[in-house]
Design a protein around this ligand. Structure first.
Ligand code: ZN
Length: 280
């Protein structure tokens, strides 16, 4: 696994500084943008990354850096499980949106917290506006519920492959109250074991003032013990509830079998992040 850094930096419209930065990276200078900002990606272990940061810091140029974990093909094919994150999200959001109305419409009112959503159990189909589409994708993310929408093709292939830990729920057109024919919810029903103690869980120290849940999220790699990973279904949600601010959900994982299903059927739209598996 290598860490890829996405660096957004700004040379305050100084053209020669911009050129110098790209010279350091041995990359072609793309020209000054209206915003004055540049976006580049470099591996953390690439010496050019250190040199670029040094240059930006020496010149007091602003920078914003995010990390992405990049895995080799061999690492992906030997990972028993992996976290799944959507490449993109549908522009639609669950309805009705006013005052989190979708929580009342699609989730068990007696479950979880109405405000931070921790512990919420969906017991009825989600509703989306009529013009919702997946474009050419077979799977996209759904904001506000941390879920996934899939195509009819995905549903049929997954059922044929016998993937476990999931159901395909209809999605209801909000106004017409009829189901979409081509769009389904990938409703993940499997649950992961607890993460290993080695996982660095950060406490946000902000607490939901309704249910008292303290917001937490994992920093860096997620760890699981081998002995805890027996009989994990092909799709499963983390035992833990993570999130920030007012949006707390379990995170989705999938099996190696599900990963191969995506690859064999050329299903794009999710990124895969194998956790660290401890030999205990
Ligand atoms: Zn709460």
């Amino acid at each position: 696994m290598r860490i890829e850094k996405r660096i957004v930096f700004n040379t305050k419209y100084d053209e020669s500084a911009g050129k110098k930065a790209f010279e350091i990276m041995d990359k072609k200078y793309p020209g000054m943008k209206d915003t004055g900002s540049f976006i580049v990606k470099l591996f953390e272990d690439d010496p050019k990354y250190k040199l670029l940061i040094q240059y930006l810091e020496e010149n007091n140029f602003s920078k914003f850096i995010t990390d992405d974990e990049m895995f080799s093909k061999e690492e992906m094919l030997s990972a028993p499980i992996m976290q799944m994150k959507p490449d993109s999200y549908t522009e639609s959001r669950p309805m009705p949106k006013k005052d989190y109305g979708y929580l009342k419409e699609s989730y068990d009112q007696n479950s979880g917290c109405e405000i931070c959503t921790k512990g919420k159990i969906q017991n009825r189909p989600l509703q989306l506006i009529e013009r919702t589409s997946l474009g050419k994708k077979d799977i996209v993310g759904l904001r506000w519920t941390n879920g996934f929408l899939v195509s009819k093709r995905f549903k049929e292939l997954a059922e044929e492959a016998g993937l476990t830990g999931c159901e395909f729920w209809p999605i209801i057109k909000y106004k017409e109250k009829k189901p979409f024919e081509e769009i389904f919810q990938l409703k993940i029903t499997g649950v992961m074991p607890k993460m290993a103690n080695e996982t660095n869980i950060i406490h946000d120290f902000s607490v939901c003032n309704i249910c008292g849940h303290e917001k937490v999220y994992p920093k860096g790699r997620i760890y699981y013990n081998t002995s805890d990973l027996r009989d994990i279904p092909d799709f499963a949600l983390t035992h833990e509830w993570f999130g920030m601010y007012w949006d707390i959900w379990q995170w989705p994982f999938m099996s190696q079998k599900a990963y191969r299903f995506f690859k064999e059927n050329k299903i794009t739209g999710v990124r895969f992040y194998p956790p660290e598996i401890l030999d205990k």
